[in-house]
Ligand binder design. Structure first.
Ligand SMILES: *[C@@H]1O[C@H](CO)[C@@H](O)[C@H](O)[C@H]1NC(C)=O
Ligand SMILES: *[C@@H]1O[C@H](CO)[C@@H](O)[C@H](O)[C@H]1NC(C)=O
Ligand SMILES: *[C@@H]1O[C@H](CO)[C@@H](O)[C@H](O)[C@H]1NC(C)=O
Ligand SMILES: *[C@@H]1O[C@H](CO)[C@@H](O)[C@H](O)[C@H]1NC(C)=O
Ligand SMILES: *[C@@H]1O[C@H](CO)[C@@H](O)[C@H](O)[C@H]1NC(C)=O
Ligand SMILES: *[C@@H]1O[C@H](CO)[C@@H](O)[C@H](O)[C@H]1NC(C)=O
Ligand SMILES: *[C@@H]1O[C@H](CO)[C@@H](O)[C@H](O)[C@H]1NC(C)=O
Ligand SMILES: *[C@@H]1O[C@H](CO)[C@@H](O)[C@H](O)[C@H]1NC(C)=O
Ligand SMILES: *[C@@H]1O[C@H](CO)[C@@H](O)[C@H](O)[C@H]1NC(C)=O
Ligand SMILES: *[C@@H]1O[C@H](CO)[C@@H](O)[C@H](O)[C@H]1NC(C)=O
Ligand SMILES: *[C@@H]1O[C@H](CO)[C@@H](O)[C@H](O)[C@H]1NC(C)=O
Ligand SMILES: *[C@@H]1O[C@H](CO)[C@@H](O)[C@H](O)[C@H]1NC(C)=O
Ligand SMILES: [Zn+2]
Length: 328
C-alpha cells in the first residue's frame, strides 16, 4: 500500500515538474540526460521510430519521389523575428506565415515555425544530432515546420504521424574569421541571450538563403522519425541535406562559450544533442541519381570507430544485387 502511494507520488511529482516547465530532462547531467529519457513518465522516447539516427550511406535506398523543394520566403530578409535562449538551445522564431516548404515528396505544403541549433563544445568537439557513416558534424540546424491544418501549433501537429516536417542542415567549420556575414550577424545576438529565457529582437537584414549558403537543396536523405527532445513524439518527416553549411570556427566557438543552460548555477550550454537511435525496420532514402554524392569529408572525426570492412561488405553486396535485379 505504502509502495503504491509512494509510486503515485513520484509519478505525480515528475508530471508536475514536466508540466510546470522545470527541467524534467537535460543534456548536461546523467540523472536527466538522454540516457534516461526512455523511462520518463510521459512521452515516446522509448519508441521504435526515434531520431536522430546514423545514416549509413551504403544502406540508403533510391526514391524517385524525392524531387526538388519549393522554398517560399527564403530570400526575404525579414522572416526572423526573435532569437531566444530556451534553456536547452538557441531558437529563432520565424514570422507566422512568412516561410513555407512544399515539394520534395512531401504530401502537402508545410508552414515553418522556427529553427534552432545543436552543437558540441567548440569547433573541435562535434555536436550534430544526425551522423553520416558515424561522422558527427560540429553543429546541426533544424528548421521545424507543420502542416497548415495545425495552424502553427506543434502541440496539435504531433498527434499526426507526419504532422511535422523537420529540415536538417549540417554545419562545418572553416579556418577563417567571422564568415559568412549572415552567421556573423546571427551570432552577434548571442551576447544578448546568455541566460535562459532571454530574448532579443532580430532586425531585418539576413535571409534564410543567406544562412543556408553552400547547400545544394536538391540532395538530401529522407526518413520518418521523431522530435529529438522529450516528448520525442513520432510525428516527423525528416529531411537531412547532404551538403554542409561552412562557417568560421570562431563563430562555432561562440555558441559553447556565450550561452548558458537553465541550470543553477548556470553552466555553459554544451553538447546539446541526443545520441543516435536504433533505425529498426526503417529505410533511409535519397535521390535516385547517386553520381552527385560527392560528400567525402577527408577531415572527418568519427565519434565512434568506423564499422569494420566485413560489416560494410554484406549490405554493399546486397545493394549491388538489388540494383541489378530492380534497376531504376
Ligand atoms: C549523460 O551523462 C553522462 C554522465 O555525465 C555522460 O557520461 C554521458 O556521455 C551523457 N550523455 C550524453 C549523450 O551526453
Ligand atoms: C514505452 O512506454 C510505454 C509506457 O510505459 C509503453 O506503453 C510502451 O509499450 C513502451 N514502448 C516500447 C516500444 O517499449
Ligand atoms: C512514393 O510516393 C507514392 C505516392 O505517395 C507512395 O505510394 C510510394 O510508397 C512512395 N515511394 C517511396 C519509395 O517512398
Ligand atoms: C512555389 O510556391 C509558390 C508560392 O506558394 C507558388 O506561387 C509557385 O507556383 C510554386 N512553384 C512550384 C514550382 O511549385
Ligand atoms: C504560407 O502558407 C500559408 C497557408 O498555409 C499562407 O497563408 C501564407 O501566405 C504562405 N506564405 C507565403 C510566404 O507564401
Ligand atoms: C568545453 O571545453 C572547455 C575548453 O575548451 C572545457 O573547459 C570545458 O570543460 C568543456 N566542457 C564540457 C562539458 O566538456
Ligand atoms: C490560428 O492561430 C491564431 C493565433 O496563432 C488564431 O488567432 C486563430 O484563431 C487560429 N485559427 C484557427 C482556425 O484555429
Ligand atoms: C589556419 O590558418 C592559419 C593562417 O592562415 C594557419 O596558420 C593555420 O595553420 C591554419 N590552421 C589549420 C588547422 O588549417
Ligand atoms: C543587446 O545588448 C546591448 C547591450 O546591452 C543593447 O545595447 C542592445 O540593444 C541589445 N540588442 C538587442 C537586439 O536586444
Ligand atoms: C522587441 O520588440 C517589441 C516591439 O516590437 C518590444 O515590445 C519588445 O520589448 C522587444 N524585445 C526586446 C527584448 O527588446
Ligand atoms: C531587405 O530587402 C529589401 C528588398 O529586397 C531591400 O530593399 C532592403 O534594403 C533589405 N534590407 C536590409 C537591411 O538588407
Ligand atoms: C545541385 O545538384 C544537382 C544534382 O547533382 C545538380 O544538377 C545541380 O546543378 C546542383 N545545383 C547547384 C546550384 O549546384
Ligand atoms: Zn533539433
Amino acid at each position: 500500500m505504502i509502495a503504491v502511494i509512494l509510486t503515485a507520488l513520484l509519478v505525480l511529482t515528475a508530471l508536475a515538474h514536466s508540466a510546470s516547465g522545470e527541467a524534467a530532462w537535460c543534456y548536461h547531467d546523467s540523472t536527466c540526460n538522454d540516457t534516461v529519457w526512455a523511462s520518463l513518465p510521459i512521452g515516446y522516447c522509448n519508441g521504435t521510430r526515434q531520431s536522430p539516427v546514423n545514416i549509413v550511406t551504403a544502406s540508403v535506398q533510391p526514391n524517385a519521389n524525392l524531387t526538388a523543394f519549393n522554398f517560399t520566403g527564403f530570400s526575404s530578409n525579414s522572416t526572423m523575428s526573435e532569437i531566444t535562449n530556451t534553456g536547452e538551445t538557441v531558437q529563432v522564431k520565424l514570422q507566422t506565415g512568412s516561410v513555407n516548404i512544399s515539394g520534395g515528396g512531401l504530401s502537402t505544403t508545410y508552414n515553418a515555425l522556427q529553427f534552432h541549433l545543436h552543437w558540441g563544445n567548440g569547433s573541435n568537439v562535434p555536436g550534430s544530432e544526425h551522423t553520416v557513416d558515424s561522422k558527427r558534424y560540429p553543429m546541426e540546424l533544424h528548421m521545424v515546420t507543420v502542416k497548415p491544418q495545425y495552424n502553427g501549433s506543434i502541440t496539435l501537429a504531433v498527434s499526426d504521424p507526419e504532422g511535422v516536417a523537420a529540415f536538417s542542415f549540417f554545419i562545418e567549420g572553416k579556418n577563417d574569421s567571422n564568415l559568412p556575414a549572415s552567421w556573423n550577424t546571427l551570432t552577434s545576438y548571442l551576447s544578448n541571450i546568455t541566460q535562459a529565457g532571454q530574448k532579443a529582437n532580430i532586425s531585418s537584414g539576413i535571409s534564410l538563403d543567406d544562412l543556408l549558403v553552400g547547400v545544394n537543396r536538391t540532395q538530401y536523405y529522407r526518413y520518418l522519425g521523431s522530435l529529438t527532445v522529450p516528448d520525442c513524439n513520432e510525428a516527423v518527416v525528416w529531411t537531412v541535406f547532404k551538403d554542409s553549411i561552412k562557417i568560421s570556427n570562431n563563430l562555432i566557438d561562440l555558441f559553447s562559450a556565450s550561452v548558458y543552460f537553465n541550470t543553477s548555477p548556470p553552466l555553459l550550454m554544451t553538447n546539446t544533442y541526443r545520441s543516435s537511435q536504433k533505425l529498426n525496420s526503417r529505410v533511409i532514402t535519397s535521390q535516385v541519381s547517386t553520381t552527385a554524392v560527392t560528400v567525402t569529408p577527408t577531415t572527418a572525426k568519427p565519434s565512434s570507430s568506423p564499422p569494420s570492412s566485413a560489416a560494410l561488405t554484406l549490405p554493399l553486396l546486397c545493394a549491388i544485387l538489388l540494383f541489378h535485379l530492380f534497376p531504376k
